[in-house]
Design a binder for this molecule. Structure first.
Ligand code: APR
Ligand code: ZN
Ligand code: ZN
Length: 369
């Protein structure tokens, strides 16, 4: 048992409070990680602002890197001092989906997320006599975290912690959406609606896949500039331009793939409108739980498709080493995705920046790093 500083969200719509919380020692199959860097993702903001309901109180944060400080009983393959990147889908390897190779859909990991606990249904985090909920079995807006060993992968000594911090969500989701969910082929046309932390990764992966044209759609000119630097060939400011008309002007028929990377029912419908006959709209963004979309059903006759995408259909333990190699070899760029670093105490400022759409991602740096 130890004390650690963590950002506690008591109620959606209210600011997080930095508290000294109590953290239990890691149990069977769990590890204690001293956090070094944590990315602020829009899903954290969704919970903070109330569009993604979670059990409260909760400690948010679901992508980050740190160093193992203690291993619990039964942990194999990790030692104290290992540098690790965390995942919010600590897949069990046993369930229906894991056995089919769809580890991102793991039901055990899903249950942890829904309950806000670790695998045994309990929490390691407490404040006085009150239990705090884990967010997606990560909760890395905290100086120390206890996570399942399946929720971590080692990173080599020469990869900076800040670079690897965005791997666990933004990169895996964005790159996976292109390479695993869609399987974009060279020469196919792509539109990406929402060019934030995840969208930039969709754009970069589409570019690496040889897609052309790659049309970035956003309402923020700053984001469209970033999109270009990650490989977008065309940009549309959909606040000033009519996206459908522009996409038709560029592609005539519409795009092969439209990625919605925002989670807004209206832009999901827009993604559908941008695809050609036989094209596919891929919904990467997380829409509000009770929201619905309306599609012109007649258009199924021209073989238009729409499909969901969870965590980029990624396989964390296979994909992270491969991504690290690509980053180390200079084949994939991370810098430029992070625009700010901040201490944990400035998490609310980072949320505010994200709401305004100011900059790309913020990385929380922890003091011991
Ligand atoms: N049309 C196009 N782009 C928009 C619109 C709109 N109507 N509204 C906002 N955007 C842009 C913003 O300007 C910003 O560039 O969408 C982008 C969202 O980026 P981030 O806030 O950085 O969000 P990100 O972390 O990338 O997450 C995107 O994926 O994982 C999910 O929950 C996450 O649903 C969220 C989505
Ligand atoms: Zn995320
Ligand atoms: Zn599983």
């Amino acid at each position: 048992m130890m004390q650690t500083r963590a950002a506690v969200l008591y109620e959606a719509g209210k600011p997080v409070v930095i508290e000294e919380i109590t953290l239990d020692a890691p149990r069977q199959g769990e590890i204690l990680v001293r956090m070094e860097a944590a990315g602020v993702c829009h899903s954290d903001l969704h919970v903070r602002d109330g569009s993604l309901p979670e059990p409260m109180p909760i400690v948010l944060g679901h992508e980050g890197t740190g160093v193992i400080a203690e291993v619990g009983p039964g942990v194999t393959g990790f030692e104290v001092g290992d540098r690790v990147v965390l995942t919010w889908v600590p897949s069990c390897g046993q369930c229906y989906f894991c056995q089919r190779g769809q580890t991102h859909l793991c039901t055990t990991a899903g249950a942890m997320g829904v309950q806000g606990t670790l695998r045994d249904g309990t929490s390691r985090m407490h404040l006085g006599d009150k239990n705090l909920h884990h967010f997606l079995a990560v909760s890395c807006f905290s100086e120390y975290v206890v996570v399942p060993q399946e929720g971590a992968a080692k990173i080599p000594a020469d990869v900076p912690m800040e670079v690897a911090a965005v791997l666990g969500c933004a990169v895996l989701t964005g790159v996976g959406a292109v390479e695993r969910t869609a399987g974009v082929r060279p020469g196919e046309s792509v539109a990406v609606i929402g060019c934030g932390g995840v969208g930039l990764n969709v754009i970069q992966a589409a570019s690496l896949s040889g897609a052309y044209p790659i049309i970035a759609v956003d309402i923020n000119p700053e984001k469209l500039k970033m999109a270009q630097s990650f490989g977008a060939s065309h940009t549309i400011n959909s606040r000033e331009q009519e996206a459908l008309r522009e996409v038709r002007r560029i592609t005539q028929l519409g795009v092969d793939w439209a990625f919605e990377v925002l989670g807004n029912p209206r832009t999901i419908e827009q993604a559908w409108s941008l695809i050609r006959a036989g094209g596919t709209a891929v919904v990467v963004g997380l829409a509000p739980r009770t929201s619905t979309i309306t599609l012109p059903a007649f258009e199924f006759i021209i073989e238009k498709s729409i499909r969901g995408c969870f965590y980029g259909s990624s396989r964390f333990h296979a994909d992270v080493p491969a991504l690290l190699k690509r980053i180390q070899a200079g084949r994939m760029r991370i810098e430029g995705m992070v625009s700010h670093t901040a201490p944990l105490d400035e998490l609310e400022t980072a949320f505010e920046r994200m709401r305004r759409g100011d900059g790309a991602r913020t990385i929380i740096r922890f003091p011991s790093a």
